[in-house]
Design a protein around this ligand. Structure first.
Ligand code: C2E
Ligand code: MG
Ligand code: MG
Ligand code: MG
Length: 285
């Protein structure tokens, strides 16, 4: 009966919750060890010029090689380390490693393109962040022009003023800032006007069905046009097909990123790539 069903539903829910909590505790503990045992690795995904596929940047994307569970996605563990506060030490490690890798790719592979690092808003809004960035650059010997930071609109949680000030400081140092996942969450068009950013990244959600969904296509076109009027560079994320590339070229999008060109890969694989993507037929890798 209904009452019985209700109770079952409750029990099922309770068990599920307990499992989720236990899972969280386990992962939290594992993270602690992972930070000390080199289980993290940065992968890199090319960002290309829309019209010709030339590599114009790389986005650093963290991977966790868990000894028992295999690869764990950042979509799973980044929210967790944000909750525990471990994002601060992990974020510092990411910055340092990305700067070292960028310096090495420049010196060893002649790959002179900016490396974009995702910055959690907790990390960004914390005092000492600017000093961490400066230290990472100096220790790696990387010119600030080769570092880019990707932030989301959640950096505005304390209000626009502190974020504007920090982005201006970064800009003065020569570091560019991109607004990531634009169009999702509570994105407001006025952020594009108020934040001294260099670039806006259109979320994959709008790109996925751009060929068939007229409203998404209209939103994408509107954001590109407006961003250009504000002198911002526009990147579209999640390009998986040639049709999407062609559509976005027609819409004047500057840069593209997605599996169609290349998946995120280890640094050693990046150095094997040709300068133009997708790999021209016959070029061989
Ligand atoms: P994001 O910054 O928006 O990164 C783009 C995500 O889209 C990456 O997922 C990338 O692998 C994926 N992607 C790229 N092209 C395609 C495509 O064509 N199709 C599909 N389906 N996906 C594509 P990933 O690496 O799993 O990262 C997920 C999110 O985790 C990132 O979203 C970012 O918010 C966060 N993240 C990743 N690495 C870091 C990091 O080092 N630090 C911080 N704070 N966050 C990170
Ligand atoms: Mg990003
Ligand atoms: Mg994004
Ligand atoms: Mg995202």
């Amino acid at each position: 009966d209904a009452k019985q069903q209700g109770r079952n539903t409750w029990h099922w829910y309770e068990g599920d919750q307990q499992r989720a909590t236990k899972e969280t505790v386990l992962l939290r503990h594992d993270l602690h060890t992972a930070l000390r045992h080199d289980q993290f690795e940065l992968y890199y995904q090319p960002i290309v010029e829309a019209v010709n596929g030339r590599i114009r940047g790389l986005e650093a994307l963290i991977r966790w090689h868990h000894p028992e569970r295999g690869m764990i996605s950042p979509g799973v563990f980044i929210p967790l380390v944000e909750k525990t506060g471990q994002i601060i030490s992990l974020g510092r490690w990411i910055l340092r490693r990305a700067c070292q890798d960028a310096a090495a790719m420049r010196a060893d592979d002649g790959l002179v393109v900016p490396v974009a690092v995702n910055i959690s808003s907790l990390q960004f809004r914390r005092a000492g962040f600017l000093a961490d960035v400066r230290t990472a650059l100096n220790d790696a010997g990387l010119p600030p022009e080769l570092l880019e930071l990707e932030v989301t609109e959640s950096v505005l949680l304390d209000g626009a003023e502190p974020a504007i000030e920090l982005i201006n400081d970064l800009k003065a140092m020569g570091i560019r800032v991109a607004l990531d996942d634009f169009g999702t969450g509570f994105s407001s068009l006025s952020y594009l006007r108020d934040l001294p950013i260099h670039k806006v990244k259109l979320d994959r959600a709008f790109i996925k069905d751009i060929a068939t969904n007229r409203s998404n296509a209209a939103i994408v076109q509107g954001i590109i046009t407006m961003a250009h009027h504000l002198d911002l560079v526009v990147v579209a994320e999640g390009i998986e097909e040639r049709d999407q590339q062609q559509d976005l070229v027609r819409r004047n999008c500057d840069l593209l990123q997605g599996f169609y060109f290349a998946k995120p890969m280890p640094r050693d694989a990046i150095r094997q790539l040709p300068g133009q993507l997708p790999t021209p037929v016959g070029a061989g890798v």
